[in-house]
Design a protein around this ligand. Sequence first.
Ligand code: ZN
Length: 589
Amino acid sequence: MSSTVEQIKERLSVVDVVSSYLKLERAGSNLKARCPFHNEKTPSFFVSPERGTYHCFGCDKGGDIFSFVQEIEGVDFLEALKTLADRAGVTLKEFDGKEAKEKERLYSVMEEAARFYVAELQKRSDVVGYLKKRGLTEETIQEFGVGFAPATWRGLADALREKGFSMSDIVKSGLAVAPPDGKDPYDRFRGRIMFPIADASGRVIAFSGRIFEKDGAPVLAHDGNPVAKYINSPETPLYSKSKTLFAFDKAKPEIRKMNSCVIVEGQMDALMSHQSGMKNTVAVSGTALTDEQLTLLGRMTENLVMAFDADAAGVAASQRGVGNALSKGFTIRLVPMPEGLDPADLCLQSAEKWKQSTENAEHIVDFYLSVFAKGEGDKRVMQKNVEREVLPYVARLQSKTEQGHFVSRIANVIGLSEDVVRDSLNAVAHSLRTGVPARPDFIKRAGALSSEDRLRKMDSHFIGLTLFRKKLKEGASLEGDFRNEIETLWGKGFDEKVKEFSEHDLQKMLFEAEMYYNKETIELELKELYFNIKEHLLKDRLEKAMRDLTYAEMRNDEKLAEESLLACNEISREINQLTTARSAAEKSS
Ligand SMILES: [Zn+2]
């Protein structure tokens, strides 16, 4: 009887799983795509149907279907196992983990609560009427699971307890609040329109509740102060605000397809935007875009289109993690919003209007440039403003071409020479440098490798090619591809050498081999590699012998000097032989 993991792998291929997230193209015996884990223009993400693995040459991520789901959904192994078991139709035995069990219970609590709120909304034609007046259709209300929390103290808690949930789980899920005096917990959300917040795979993990104002009168809490318009679930074992984007689960496929994501501020904006056909919309609620949220988005697209309130735009952007997003390589465009209107208002006016606004979104640098160019004050003030507010964005752009483009545009707008603007830009960039994380340089240039690393790279290449060759020429012996010679060089057998490399490395080597070679070219490359490795080792030895020689001469150690000199001569002779053998081999092929 095979393990659960094996059973799942038997039923689900790596192509099944990966292609539900990415568009794969054929690439020889493999498939390729643009990597979902780092931003790139040309595909370096490869999938091998035969081995059930993937590898990205841009960011070095690789593994099987489980690690893929973990990575792309941002979940742990257990969750990935569950997701894939579901898909494969494999039943899992109960998880042993206490934490996993608790999470499962909390998911059920949230699911049941969502059902409760939806049922409550159906009882309230006034609330439904209000939502429709705001522009939501029946379908959208249903699709997003909009509900209503009745204005009672324990309506939800009682209903959940009746279903068998414990009060402690209800409190842990954030749905009820336990008063510090030890009295009976009460519902957190009362008299509110409820928007469920889901994780990336669509499970409800939190709620946002908007107060339902009858006849527009603000509702007062018992201390006489007006209550908050919106309240959200607190942080729970399921919900972390900084890792969540509202509507991301629904927007995912469309973000990927359109290669852009529209970001709005409120739930109503997001719902109306989806309803207007912009299904690539997510909402952040009043916070800056966090690193985690940018990571989620970065797997789908590098193009962000943001819609903020017009009046707050200036302040908003600087506080919304825009700088961070730019330095991570995102392209950011801002939707010009008419004063006093939010995206939901625009959608209500017409879906077409909203769609056009997002299409007219301006690159963030252009956006601010025109704001300041139109602003009041004399030219010097304008120049200062541009320097202070706009150049930091330019400095964070990852593309030098783009930077160059904006330097010349700014020079035009503020009436200074490009050189002057570039000088200021360099100064700004310099001051930013310490605080801003640069993009990691994923691919080390071979020339920058140490001698040891270069040798290891050649060794691994040789192994990858040999394994690949075995596959290409079924049953082929390793004779003729320098097995004996290389084993002598290594001082150990091929199989033993392979053990020095991790599974991850081996997968990478195989992908590399498949990517660049075929039956003909592989022989040449193996030969070439063998010579290179040998030459590398000989030159290393020669270097060492020369160092010994210098050392011996310095210390007047005649015996060591003689030995070293002999060694130097011997190695030089071998290098010469190698060069001869090499050119002979080149002529024969
Ligand atoms: Zn990658």
